[in-house]
Design a protein. Structure first.
Length: 437
């Protein structure tokens, strides 16, 4: 960048990073994950989730080494281009963009469906679009205001999950976990993988605000580490307390023959207390905060990822400009919002989630290869944090992510083709338009 180009503003501390890390992900505790029960049953989703937890723990601490050594807004893009060159850097960065741009429409649709229950006169799609406009505007206004808002609603969403667990665990019975635990055999484990990933999808977005973090070499580690540990505890607690009430089918189907529901927590509480009880209404109403936390947080991370693509010339340069007053990546945020609103009109939320998972797994694979390559090619690179048990830790994350990518490709071949098509077209455009160096 030229000297005249304003810089991203450093305002974030470890508490804000914890709020962002948990907030990016927490909607996955409230909706969507239970659809994996239909694929794999309690045992199938539990096995898939167990492996995914191992992957995310290994990945997060490996990724933290990269984020502390190279604190740049592009995250995986910056790491992979430095380690593997511009072609793989483009693939890693584009995979990140796909993940961060395609996850918010699914959550926006869930927000619209949620509020439509209370104000049915307003269409779901209209609510979703308004949500996009409001939270894009907040992100343009300033990262500190956006992160402060994210912290507040994330704390509310975490407290709400703890209230849910406290209300449902007295009715927990181990026998309910064993009911029809593996309805589709062990193949259901692989089919459930995208929904296990949904528990943790996008936590890596913490790395994308490293340039806006005070003392990133220290605070990114604290924020990242505390966020993933919080999410693992919430995942296990939510999973067990939900299914333990009346079995997995009770939190997938509102009634026999009904379509699969996106509201596992209210379904669990309705079995215990009925729909008129204060706890049911509390979880149903405040649960909206969990959706907003992830929606708003991923918009924030997506803006930084797209901004970095434009800043280095891998996308139109206009995307890499910072707003002179607010010092935020306004152009990148607006373009991402336009793409997200277009995706909303497809109405294919399940498919959109799966495409986001393709992007996430590709990002994880390229990032783990990058950390191994950088350890060899740049042994003297300053690394304020080094991942424990290297090279085992990144290799574990790499292997599980690779297996998961193959599995969701086998179970979603057409979506895999769409994902590869997006990568191929964007890569071709990049090679044709990038100026000769």
């Amino acid at each position: 960048m030229s000297d005249q180009q304003p810089q991203l503003k450093r305002t974030l501390g470890p508490l804000m990073l914890w709020g962002l890390g948990v907030g990016y992900v927490i909607s996955g505790m409230y909706f969507g994950w239970n659809l994996g029960l239909e694929k794999g049953g309690t045992l199938g989703l539990a096995i898939a989730t167990g492996f995914i937890i191992i992957m995310y723990l290994a990945f997060t601490f490996s990724y933290t080494e990269l984020a502390c050594a190279i604190p740049k807004a592009g995250g995986a893009f910056d790491y992979s281009i430095r380690a593997l060159g511009e072609n793989w850097g483009f693939i890693g960065g584009m995979a990140q963009n796909i993940e961060f741009i395609f996850a918010p429409p699914a959550i926006a649709f869930a927000i619209g469906a949620y509020l439509n229950l209370f104000i049915p006169s307003i269409p779901i799609i209209a609510i979703a679009i308004v949500a996009y406009l409001i939270f894009t505007a907040l992100n343009i206004y300033g990262v500190k205001a956006a992160a402060s808002f994210e912290l507040i609603i994330t704390i509310i969403a975490v407290v709400e999950l703890l209230i849910f667990a406290g209300a449902s665990l007295p009715s927990f019975e181990w026998a309910n976990l064993e009911k029809n635990a593996l309805p589709n055999g062990y193949g259901g484990v692989f089919a459930a993988i995208p929904f296990a990933i949904w528990f943790f999808l996008a936590i890596e977005g913490v790395a994308n605000v490293a340039e806006e973090t005070i003392n990133p070499q220290r605070n990114v580690l604290i924020g990242f580490g505390s966020a993933i540990l919080t999410l693992v505890v919430l995942c296990i607690l939510t999973f067990c307390s939900s299914v333990g009430v009346a079995g997995w089918e009770a939190i997938v189907f509102a009634e026999e023959g009904a379509a699969a529901s996106d509201s596992p927590l209210p379904l669990a509480l309705s079995r215990i207390y009925g729909e008129g009880h204060i706890l049911y209404m509390l979880v149903t109403s405040i649960g909206l905060f969990g959706l907003i936390a992830s929606f708003h947080g991923i918009i924030l991370a997506a803006g930084r990822a797209t901004f970095e693509f434009g800043r280095v010339g891998f996308a139109p340069k206009a995307l890499g400009r910072i707003h002179p007053k607010f010092r935020t990546p306004a152009n990148a945020l607006l373009v991402n919002t336009a793409v997200g609103i277009i995706a909303l009109f497809t109405g294919k939320t399940g498919e959109i989630i799966t495409i986001a998972c393709f992007g996430a797994l590709s990002l994880y694979i390229v990032s783990m290869v990058s950390i191994i390559k950088l350890r060899r090619s740049e042994p003297d690179l300053e690394r304020p944090f080094k991942v424990p048990f290297y090279p085992l830790t990144p290799i574990v994350a790499l292997v599980i992510a690779s297996v998961a990518l193959v599995a969701i490709t086998v179970y979603n071949p057409w979506l895999a083709l769409i994902y590869v098509g997006i990568l191929a077209i964007s890569f071709g455009w990049f090679k044709l338009t990038k100026p000769a160096s």
